[in-house]
Design a protein around this ligand. Structure first.
Ligand SMILES: Cc1ncc(COP(=O)(O)O)c(C=O)c1O
Length: 412
Protein backbone atom coordinates (compact mmCIF):
# COMPACT_ATOMS: atom_id res chain seq x y z
CA UNK A 1 0.00 0.00 0.00
CA UNK A 2 1.38 3.41 -0.90
CA UNK A 3 1.52 6.20 1.67
CA UNK A 4 -1.34 8.05 -0.04
CA UNK A 5 -3.54 5.17 -1.03
CA UNK A 6 -6.34 6.29 1.31
CA UNK A 7 -6.19 9.95 0.43
CA UNK A 8 -9.42 9.80 -1.60
CA UNK A 9 -11.16 8.94 1.70
CA UNK A 10 -9.66 11.80 3.70
CA UNK A 11 -12.10 14.41 4.98
CA UNK A 12 -12.05 17.85 3.39
CA UNK A 13 -10.67 19.22 6.67
CA UNK A 14 -7.82 16.69 6.72
CA UNK A 15 -6.92 17.61 3.17
CA UNK A 16 -6.75 21.29 4.23
CA UNK A 17 -4.47 20.67 7.23
CA UNK A 18 -0.82 21.43 6.50
CA UNK A 19 2.24 20.24 8.45
CA UNK A 20 4.31 23.02 10.00
CA UNK A 21 7.40 23.88 7.97
CA UNK A 22 8.95 25.30 11.14
CA UNK A 23 8.67 21.98 12.99
CA UNK A 24 10.33 20.36 9.96
CA UNK A 25 13.22 22.84 10.14
CA UNK A 26 13.66 22.25 13.88
CA UNK A 27 13.66 18.47 13.37
CA UNK A 28 16.23 18.82 10.57
CA UNK A 29 18.67 20.66 12.80
CA UNK A 30 18.17 18.60 15.97
CA UNK A 31 21.61 16.93 15.53
CA UNK A 32 23.75 17.35 18.70
CA UNK A 33 26.60 19.05 16.84
CA UNK A 34 24.31 21.84 15.58
CA UNK A 35 24.28 25.10 17.53
CA UNK A 36 20.60 25.82 17.13
CA UNK A 37 18.82 29.12 17.63
CA UNK A 38 15.83 27.60 15.83
CA UNK A 39 13.45 26.01 18.34
CA UNK A 40 11.27 28.16 20.58
CA UNK A 41 11.33 25.65 23.43
CA UNK A 42 11.99 26.65 27.06
CA UNK A 43 15.34 25.82 28.65
CA UNK A 44 15.10 22.54 30.63
CA UNK A 45 17.53 24.10 33.14
CA UNK A 46 14.50 26.03 34.42
CA UNK A 47 12.16 23.07 34.82
CA UNK A 48 11.11 22.73 38.49
CA UNK A 49 11.83 19.02 38.41
CA UNK A 50 12.49 18.53 42.15
CA UNK A 51 9.33 20.36 43.22
CA UNK A 52 7.27 18.37 40.71
CA UNK A 53 8.72 15.08 42.03
CA UNK A 54 8.03 16.06 45.63
CA UNK A 55 4.45 17.16 44.88
CA UNK A 56 3.77 14.07 42.77
CA UNK A 57 5.01 11.69 45.48
CA UNK A 58 2.88 13.32 48.14
CA UNK A 59 -0.24 13.61 45.99
CA UNK A 60 -0.15 10.04 44.77
CA UNK A 61 0.24 8.81 48.35
CA UNK A 62 -2.62 10.90 49.73
CA UNK A 63 -5.20 10.84 46.91
CA UNK A 64 -3.88 8.65 44.13
CA UNK A 65 -7.37 7.37 43.30
CA UNK A 66 -8.62 10.80 42.26
CA UNK A 67 -5.37 11.74 40.67
CA UNK A 68 -5.30 8.76 38.34
CA UNK A 69 -9.01 8.87 37.51
CA UNK A 70 -10.69 10.53 34.51
CA UNK A 71 -11.33 14.19 35.20
CA UNK A 72 -14.13 16.53 34.11
CA UNK A 73 -13.80 17.87 30.57
CA UNK A 74 -13.59 21.51 31.64
CA UNK A 75 -10.78 20.78 34.10
CA UNK A 76 -10.48 20.37 37.89
CA UNK A 77 -12.87 22.72 39.65
CA UNK A 78 -10.23 23.86 42.17
CA UNK A 79 -7.70 24.50 39.43
CA UNK A 80 -10.21 26.53 37.40
CA UNK A 81 -10.96 28.51 40.54
CA UNK A 82 -7.25 29.16 41.12
CA UNK A 83 -6.71 30.21 37.49
CA UNK A 84 -9.81 32.44 37.59
CA UNK A 85 -8.34 34.18 40.65
CA UNK A 86 -5.12 34.79 38.72
CA UNK A 87 -7.10 36.22 35.82
CA UNK A 88 -8.87 38.64 38.16
CA UNK A 89 -5.53 40.11 39.18
CA UNK A 90 -4.96 40.88 35.47
CA UNK A 91 -8.21 42.84 35.18
CA UNK A 92 -10.41 39.97 33.96
CA UNK A 93 -12.71 40.57 36.89
CA UNK A 94 -15.60 38.55 35.51
CA UNK A 95 -13.64 35.31 35.26
CA UNK A 96 -15.21 32.35 37.06
CA UNK A 97 -14.70 28.59 36.76
CA UNK A 98 -17.69 28.64 34.36
CA UNK A 99 -16.08 30.76 31.70
CA UNK A 100 -12.67 29.11 31.91
CA UNK A 101 -11.58 25.76 30.46
CA UNK A 102 -8.31 23.93 31.20
CA UNK A 103 -6.75 22.76 27.93
CA UNK A 104 -3.82 20.75 26.68
CA UNK A 105 -1.76 23.86 26.02
CA UNK A 106 -2.69 27.06 24.28
CA UNK A 107 -2.47 25.03 21.05
CA UNK A 108 -5.51 22.97 22.00
CA UNK A 109 -7.31 26.12 23.14
CA UNK A 110 -6.90 27.61 19.65
CA UNK A 111 -8.00 24.39 18.05
CA UNK A 112 -11.16 24.14 20.14
CA UNK A 113 -11.95 27.81 19.49
CA UNK A 114 -11.56 27.20 15.76
CA UNK A 115 -13.89 24.19 15.99
CA UNK A 116 -16.49 26.36 17.65
CA UNK A 117 -16.24 29.40 15.37
CA UNK A 118 -14.75 28.49 11.99
CA UNK A 119 -16.72 27.10 9.06
CA UNK A 120 -15.40 26.06 5.67
CA UNK A 121 -14.20 29.12 3.74
CA UNK A 122 -14.45 31.53 6.67
CA UNK A 123 -11.64 34.07 6.67
CA UNK A 124 -9.51 34.80 9.74
CA UNK A 125 -7.01 37.64 9.57
CA UNK A 126 -3.57 36.83 10.94
CA UNK A 127 -0.29 38.68 11.27
CA UNK A 128 2.23 38.82 8.46
CA UNK A 129 4.21 37.14 9.92
CA UNK A 130 2.63 34.98 12.62
CA UNK A 131 3.08 31.74 14.56
CA UNK A 132 1.62 28.83 12.59
CA UNK A 133 -0.78 27.67 15.35
CA UNK A 134 -3.50 30.18 14.47
CA UNK A 135 -3.46 29.73 10.68
CA UNK A 136 -3.01 25.97 11.15
CA UNK A 137 -6.15 25.66 13.28
CA UNK A 138 -8.12 27.79 10.82
CA UNK A 139 -6.91 25.82 7.78
CA UNK A 140 -7.68 22.53 9.50
CA UNK A 141 -11.34 23.66 9.62
CA UNK A 142 -11.30 24.47 5.93
CA UNK A 143 -11.11 28.19 6.67
CA UNK A 144 -8.66 30.63 5.17
CA UNK A 145 -5.98 32.60 7.04
CA UNK A 146 -5.33 35.93 5.32
CA UNK A 147 -2.24 37.93 6.25
CA UNK A 148 -2.12 41.56 7.40
CA UNK A 149 1.14 43.34 8.05
CA UNK A 150 2.65 43.40 11.55
CA UNK A 151 4.75 46.52 12.19
CA UNK A 152 6.73 47.67 15.24
CA UNK A 153 3.47 48.09 17.25
CA UNK A 154 1.95 44.78 16.16
CA UNK A 155 -1.06 44.20 13.91
CA UNK A 156 -2.03 47.45 12.20
CA UNK A 157 -5.79 48.23 12.58
CA UNK A 158 -5.85 50.41 9.44
CA UNK A 159 -4.62 47.51 7.33
CA UNK A 160 -7.06 45.19 9.11
CA UNK A 161 -9.99 47.42 8.17
CA UNK A 162 -8.80 47.60 4.55
CA UNK A 163 -8.51 43.83 4.38
CA UNK A 164 -11.92 43.26 5.97
CA UNK A 165 -13.46 45.52 3.31
CA UNK A 166 -11.55 43.76 0.53
CA UNK A 167 -12.68 40.34 1.75
CA UNK A 168 -16.30 41.42 2.15
CA UNK A 169 -16.32 42.92 -1.34
CA UNK A 170 -15.08 39.57 -2.62
CA UNK A 171 -18.09 37.95 -0.92
CA UNK A 172 -16.09 36.33 1.88
CA UNK A 173 -17.21 35.91 5.49
CA UNK A 174 -14.58 37.38 7.80
CA UNK A 175 -14.98 35.59 11.14
CA UNK A 176 -12.14 36.81 13.25
CA UNK A 177 -8.59 37.94 13.90
CA UNK A 178 -5.80 35.80 15.36
CA UNK A 179 -3.56 38.00 17.47
CA UNK A 180 -0.52 37.34 19.67
CA UNK A 181 -0.44 40.54 21.75
CA UNK A 182 2.78 40.10 23.74
CA UNK A 183 6.25 39.47 22.28
CA UNK A 184 4.70 37.97 19.20
CA UNK A 185 6.08 34.80 17.71
CA UNK A 186 8.10 35.31 15.51
CA UNK A 187 8.68 39.10 15.55
CA UNK A 188 8.90 39.66 19.32
CA UNK A 189 6.76 42.83 18.97
CA UNK A 190 4.11 43.88 21.49
CA UNK A 191 0.73 45.25 20.46
CA UNK A 192 0.32 48.78 21.87
CA UNK A 193 -2.57 49.66 24.19
CA UNK A 194 -4.08 51.96 21.60
CA UNK A 195 -4.10 49.18 19.04
CA UNK A 196 -5.60 46.72 21.52
CA UNK A 197 -8.44 49.16 22.07
CA UNK A 198 -8.82 49.66 18.32
CA UNK A 199 -8.91 45.91 17.69
CA UNK A 200 -11.63 45.38 20.28
CA UNK A 201 -13.77 48.16 18.81
CA UNK A 202 -13.09 46.93 15.28
CA UNK A 203 -14.29 43.45 16.30
CA UNK A 204 -17.45 45.05 17.63
CA UNK A 205 -18.08 47.05 14.45
CA UNK A 206 -17.46 44.11 12.11
CA UNK A 207 -18.94 41.36 14.29
CA UNK A 208 -15.69 39.41 14.69
CA UNK A 209 -14.12 37.02 17.18
CA UNK A 210 -10.65 37.91 18.49
CA UNK A 211 -8.50 34.85 19.12
CA UNK A 212 -6.03 36.28 21.64
CA UNK A 213 -3.14 33.82 21.88
CA UNK A 214 -1.03 34.95 24.83
CA UNK A 215 1.44 32.22 25.85
CA UNK A 216 4.24 34.67 26.71
CA UNK A 217 2.12 37.04 28.86
CA UNK A 218 4.01 36.20 32.05
CA UNK A 219 7.46 36.66 30.55
CA UNK A 220 7.59 40.47 30.58
CA UNK A 221 11.19 41.62 31.12
CA UNK A 222 10.65 45.34 31.59
CA UNK A 223 7.96 47.99 31.89
CA UNK A 224 4.35 47.53 32.96
CA UNK A 225 2.08 44.86 31.50
CA UNK A 226 -0.39 46.21 28.94
CA UNK A 227 -4.03 45.18 29.54
CA UNK A 228 -5.05 42.14 27.53
CA UNK A 229 -7.62 42.48 24.75
CA UNK A 230 -9.86 40.31 26.91
CA UNK A 231 -9.75 42.83 29.75
CA UNK A 232 -10.89 45.55 27.31
CA UNK A 233 -13.65 43.38 25.86
CA UNK A 234 -17.16 44.28 27.02
CA UNK A 235 -19.13 41.95 24.78
CA UNK A 236 -17.36 38.59 25.08
CA UNK A 237 -15.80 38.64 21.60
CA UNK A 238 -12.33 37.74 22.81
CA UNK A 239 -11.26 34.15 23.37
CA UNK A 240 -8.20 34.55 25.60
CA UNK A 241 -5.73 31.64 25.35
CA UNK A 242 -3.00 31.00 27.89
CA UNK A 243 -0.20 28.52 28.33
CA UNK A 244 1.89 27.06 31.14
CA UNK A 245 4.55 25.83 28.73
CA UNK A 246 6.91 28.77 29.21
CA UNK A 247 6.43 29.32 32.95
CA UNK A 248 5.93 25.78 34.28
CA UNK A 249 6.72 22.85 31.94
CA UNK A 250 5.69 22.28 28.32
CA UNK A 251 5.63 18.49 28.66
CA UNK A 252 2.49 18.54 30.82
CA UNK A 253 0.73 20.35 27.95
CA UNK A 254 -1.23 22.66 30.22
CA UNK A 255 -3.00 25.86 29.32
CA UNK A 256 -6.39 27.48 29.72
CA UNK A 257 -8.90 29.59 27.85
CA UNK A 258 -11.25 32.31 29.09
CA UNK A 259 -14.20 33.55 27.06
CA UNK A 260 -17.90 34.10 26.79
CA UNK A 261 -19.60 31.42 28.93
CA UNK A 262 -21.61 30.02 26.01
CA UNK A 263 -18.54 29.80 23.78
CA UNK A 264 -16.54 28.09 26.54
CA UNK A 265 -19.39 25.59 26.94
CA UNK A 266 -19.14 24.85 23.21
CA UNK A 267 -15.38 24.39 23.56
CA UNK A 268 -16.04 21.91 26.38
CA UNK A 269 -18.38 19.97 24.07
CA UNK A 270 -15.72 19.95 21.33
CA UNK A 271 -13.12 18.76 23.85
CA UNK A 272 -15.40 15.91 24.98
CA UNK A 273 -15.02 14.33 21.56
CA UNK A 274 -11.35 15.20 21.27
CA UNK A 275 -9.63 13.94 24.42
CA UNK A 276 -12.42 13.90 27.05
CA UNK A 277 -10.30 15.68 29.67
CA UNK A 278 -6.93 17.29 30.31
CA UNK A 279 -4.29 15.06 31.91
CA UNK A 280 -5.47 14.72 35.53
CA UNK A 281 -2.15 14.13 37.38
CA UNK A 282 -0.66 17.18 35.63
CA UNK A 283 -3.60 19.31 36.79
CA UNK A 284 -3.26 18.14 40.40
CA UNK A 285 0.46 18.88 40.37
CA UNK A 286 -0.10 22.34 38.90
CA UNK A 287 -2.81 23.12 41.46
CA UNK A 288 -0.47 22.24 44.32
CA UNK A 289 2.37 24.13 42.66
CA UNK A 290 0.17 27.24 42.58
CA UNK A 291 -1.10 26.71 46.14
CA UNK A 292 2.45 26.53 47.50
CA UNK A 293 3.27 29.85 45.81
CA UNK A 294 5.77 28.13 43.53
CA UNK A 295 4.30 29.30 40.21
CA UNK A 296 4.76 32.96 41.09
CA UNK A 297 8.30 32.22 42.24
CA UNK A 298 9.01 30.27 39.07
CA UNK A 299 7.67 33.09 36.89
CA UNK A 300 9.95 35.61 38.63
CA UNK A 301 12.97 33.35 38.14
CA UNK A 302 12.11 32.73 34.49
CA UNK A 303 11.84 36.45 33.82
CA UNK A 304 15.34 37.02 35.23
CA UNK A 305 16.73 34.03 33.38
CA UNK A 306 15.32 34.81 29.93
CA UNK A 307 15.93 38.55 30.27
CA UNK A 308 19.59 37.77 30.75
CA UNK A 309 19.58 35.53 27.69
CA UNK A 310 17.88 38.20 25.60
CA UNK A 311 20.45 40.78 26.65
CA UNK A 312 23.30 38.41 25.90
CA UNK A 313 22.00 37.64 22.42
CA UNK A 314 21.37 41.30 21.63
CA UNK A 315 24.92 42.16 22.71
CA UNK A 316 26.34 39.42 20.49
CA UNK A 317 24.26 40.57 17.53
CA UNK A 318 25.42 44.13 18.00
CA UNK A 319 28.99 42.93 17.96
CA UNK A 320 28.83 40.44 15.08
CA UNK A 321 26.02 41.43 12.69
CA UNK A 322 26.61 43.99 9.95
CA UNK A 323 24.57 47.16 9.94
CA UNK A 324 22.66 46.02 6.85
CA UNK A 325 20.80 43.54 9.04
CA UNK A 326 18.13 45.03 11.32
CA UNK A 327 16.30 43.56 14.29
CA UNK A 328 14.00 44.40 17.18
CA UNK A 329 14.53 44.47 20.94
CA UNK A 330 11.74 42.32 22.43
CA UNK A 331 10.34 43.36 25.81
CA UNK A 332 9.77 39.74 26.76
CA UNK A 333 9.26 36.23 25.37
CA UNK A 334 11.75 34.19 23.40
CA UNK A 335 12.34 35.72 19.96
CA UNK A 336 14.31 38.25 17.95
CA UNK A 337 13.38 38.76 14.31
CA UNK A 338 16.02 39.74 11.78
CA UNK A 339 15.50 41.53 8.49
CA UNK A 340 18.13 41.40 5.76
CA UNK A 341 18.30 43.63 2.70
CA UNK A 342 15.52 42.83 0.18
CA UNK A 343 17.91 41.23 -2.30
CA UNK A 344 19.10 38.60 0.19
CA UNK A 345 17.58 35.20 0.74
CA UNK A 346 17.39 33.78 4.27
CA UNK A 347 16.67 30.24 2.99
CA UNK A 348 20.03 30.11 1.23
CA UNK A 349 21.73 31.65 4.24
CA UNK A 350 20.11 28.90 6.31
CA UNK A 351 21.56 26.16 4.05
CA UNK A 352 25.05 27.58 4.41
CA UNK A 353 24.59 28.01 8.17
CA UNK A 354 23.55 24.36 8.55
CA UNK A 355 26.70 23.33 6.63
CA UNK A 356 28.59 25.10 9.41
CA UNK A 357 26.47 23.44 12.11
CA UNK A 358 24.51 26.56 13.00
CA UNK A 359 20.73 26.91 12.69
CA UNK A 360 17.89 29.40 12.90
CA UNK A 361 14.38 29.45 11.48
CA UNK A 362 13.78 31.20 8.18
CA UNK A 363 11.02 33.80 8.28
CA UNK A 364 9.09 32.75 5.21
CA UNK A 365 7.04 29.89 6.80
CA UNK A 366 5.58 32.48 9.19
CA UNK A 367 4.14 34.50 6.31
CA UNK A 368 0.86 33.00 5.08
CA UNK A 369 1.28 34.81 1.75
CA UNK A 370 4.74 33.30 1.16
CA UNK A 371 6.61 36.61 1.54
CA UNK A 372 9.38 37.28 4.07
CA UNK A 373 12.21 35.69 2.04
CA UNK A 374 14.74 38.10 3.59
CA UNK A 375 13.83 37.47 7.24
CA UNK A 376 14.68 34.94 9.94
CA UNK A 377 13.86 34.23 13.58
CA UNK A 378 16.38 33.72 16.35
CA UNK A 379 15.44 32.17 19.67
CA UNK A 380 17.54 32.71 22.80
CA UNK A 381 15.38 30.49 25.00
CA UNK A 382 17.16 27.17 24.93
CA UNK A 383 20.78 27.77 24.01
CA UNK A 384 23.70 28.34 26.41
CA UNK A 385 25.93 31.42 26.20
CA UNK A 386 28.91 29.72 24.61
CA UNK A 387 26.86 28.24 21.78
CA UNK A 388 24.88 31.45 21.39
CA UNK A 389 28.03 33.51 20.99
CA UNK A 390 29.53 31.06 18.47
CA UNK A 391 26.28 30.78 16.48
CA UNK A 392 25.71 34.53 16.29
CA UNK A 393 29.32 35.10 15.22
CA UNK A 394 28.95 32.48 12.48
CA UNK A 395 25.64 33.86 11.21
CA UNK A 396 27.14 37.37 11.23
CA UNK A 397 30.09 36.12 9.17
CA UNK A 398 27.76 34.43 6.68
CA UNK A 399 25.73 37.60 6.22
CA UNK A 400 28.93 39.62 5.75
CA UNK A 401 30.20 37.09 3.17
CA UNK A 402 26.90 37.43 1.35
CA UNK A 403 27.07 41.19 1.32
CA UNK A 404 30.65 41.20 0.08
CA UNK A 405 30.70 38.20 -2.24
CA UNK A 406 29.36 37.08 -5.59
CA UNK A 407 25.63 37.18 -6.18
CA UNK A 408 25.02 33.45 -5.79
CA UNK A 409 22.99 34.00 -2.63
CA UNK A 410 20.90 36.91 -3.79
CA UNK A 411 17.31 37.10 -4.93
CA UNK A 412 17.20 38.08 -8.58
C1 LIG B 1 2.18 32.13 19.83
C2 LIG B 1 2.15 30.73 20.33
N1 LIG B 1 0.98 30.15 20.59
C3 LIG B 1 0.91 28.90 21.07
C4 LIG B 1 2.03 28.15 21.31
C5 LIG B 1 1.89 26.76 21.85
O1 LIG B 1 1.77 26.82 23.24
P1 LIG B 1 1.37 25.54 24.10
O2 LIG B 1 2.62 24.81 24.44
O3 LIG B 1 0.69 26.10 25.29
O4 LIG B 1 0.44 24.71 23.28
C6 LIG B 1 3.29 28.71 21.05
C7 LIG B 1 4.50 27.91 21.26
O5 LIG B 1 5.57 28.14 20.85
C8 LIG B 1 3.35 30.03 20.55
O6 LIG B 1 4.52 30.62 20.28
Amino acid sequence: MSKNSLSHLYSREAACAQPSAIRDICALVARPEVRSLAGGWPDPAKFPTEAIRRIFDKQIATHGDQMLQYGSTEGLEDLRQALAERMKTEGLTETTPDNLIVTHGSAQGMNLAAQVFIDQEDVVLVGLPTYFGGPGAVNARGGEAVGVLVDQDGLNPDYLVEEIKRQKTAGKCVKGIYVIPNFQNPTGVTLSLERRQQLVSLAETHDLILFEDDPYADLLFEGKPIPSLKSLDLSGRVVHLRSLSKTFVPGFRLGWAVGDEGAIRQMVVAKQFSDAATNTPAQYILLEFIRQGLLDKQIKENIEFYRHKRDFMLAQMKQHFPQEATWNRPLGGFFIFVKLPENMNAAELFQRAVDRNVAFVTGQPFFVDGSGHNTFRLSYSQVGEEDMEAAIREIGNLIKEDLAGPKQNKVT
